[in-house]
Design a protein. Structure first.
Length: 403
């Protein structure tokens, strides 16, 4: 059961966020949130209506390509829906709270360094002739031992308090920045650092960081696909806010997943023309994705069920197009869909990867609005896109800088 949240701090953050946009439509959505919350000294209304209203702001911001504001309200909605603790929002949007967290982080780093020094003291005490290699072996052993640590509620386990759970979640949302570092160890190092910073292009650095994040996302998805026990939920988590994986035709993943009372979409994507594209996710480990009957290859029952589900989604979107467009600004008439299901590595019955690809290609040529692909196809396509982007962003050492 969801634990809904609200309060004065969220109300203040929503008020402050309202000043970050001049768009009348976005402000209208924010005002609807504030009316639900009641204002200073009020009851600060909460529940599913508040979560929906916050998601509506995020979606409207996406439609106006204000992705920073959209992300802010997505986090507000996650807090209101019980998925994030208040400390996370404060670290993002409250300067004083962030400073307190940075001080706590600095203390934790200092404690870690102190413990490392203590470990080296013990090493040198027990082995006065210890070398740098011995020290490395010591810390590598500690790192390997960390793989055997775990959390559990049974005998011998560790029961975490709410405070500690909050702390773990908090550091899962933080980055460590090094500031005011001491001078480089040598004049040569200083010169190299100075040259690198002088030649750095801020836009290029931002693009390189984005590529790094995309590589990490693709690696996580590949690991989930290659694990035979991965659920649809685990795969969905890897694909959340990773619309680039599905190709360049999509502007963003929409904040709202539910447009009618009986339809919840896995991944709703926004096309450049403002229309909706639905991604329906199924498990990767499906043995009967493609089957052989009377000497012919055809899709198995799981794929047909997934396609039927996508067909029903598109039918509902068509029938409710006018209401959805008026309420949410998304055009759902003649929407399209992609079903991502299965992987050749799991298909049984001596069906080769090439036969899986050919069967799907044959099936897709007979459908107009729904395409069925495997996770292998999705991963390979995304990897090619990433490789192309990496090539485009790598500076040519022979190229003369622009005047």
């Amino acid at each position: 059961m969801a634990t809904f949240r609200s309060g004065f701090t969220l109300w203040k953050m929503v008020q402050a966020a309202r000043e970050l946009t001049e768009d009348a439509r976005v402000r209208e959505r924010i005002d609807a949130v504030l009316r639900l919350m009641g204002g200073y000294g009020g009851t600060y209304g909460k529940g599913r209506p508040l979560v929906d209203a916050l998601e509506n702001v995020a979606q409207e911001a996406i439609l106006h390509e204000d992705f920073g504001l959209a992300q802010r309200f997505q986090r507000f909605a996650a807090y209101a829906g019980g998925e994030l603790f208040l400390e996370i929002l404060e670290n993002y949007y409250d300067e004083e709270a962030r400073q307190r967290s940075e001080e706590s982080m600095r203390r934790m780093v200092a404690i870690g360094a102190d413990r490392a020094a203590a470990a080296l003291d013990v090493l040198c005490r027990d082995n006065p002739d210890a070398t740098a290699t011995d020290a490395r072996d010591l810390f590598r052993g500690i790192a390997r031992a960390a793989d055997y640590l775990g959390l559990g509620a049974g005998e011998g386990g560790i029961q975490l308090s709410t405070k500690e759970v909050r702390r773990l979640q908090q550091y899962g949302h933080m980055e460590i920045l090094l500031r005011n570092l001491p001078r480089p160890a040598s004049a040569e190092a200083a010169r190299l650092m100075s040259d690198a910073l002088a030649d750095a292009d801020a836009g290029l650095l931002a693009q390189l960081l984005e590529l790094k994040a995309r590589r990490a996302g693709l690696t996580a998805l590949r690991a989930a696909v290659e694990s035979p026990d991965s659920t649809e939920g685990a795969l969905h988590a890897c694909l959340k806010n990773q619309e680039w994986i599905f190709g360049g035709a999509y502007v963003a993943e929409l904040a709202r997943r539910q447009y009618t009372p009986d339809t919840i979409l896995d991944i709703p994507l926004l096309r450049g023309d403002g229309s909706l594209h639905v991604v329906e996710l199924k498990r990767a480990n499906i043995k009967d994705l493609v089957i052989r009957r009377d000497g012919h290859l055809m899709l198995g029952a799981p794929a047909h069920r997934a396609v039927s589900q996508a067909q029903n989604y598109l039918r509902v979107m068509d029938e409710n197009r006018r209401t959805i467009l008026a309420d949410h600004g998304v055009d759902t008439r003649r929407s399209s869909a992609t079903v991502v299901i299965g992987h050749p590595r799991y298909v049984s019955g001596n069906v080769t990867p090439q036969e899986v690809a050919e069967t799907l290609r044959t099936y897709n040529t007979h459908t107009a609005r729904i395409e069925v692909i495997t996770y292998e196809t999705l991963l390979d396509s995304a990897a090619r896109m990433l490789a192309l982007s990496s090539t485009q962003q790598t500076p040519d050492p022979t190229e003369e800088p622009a005047a």
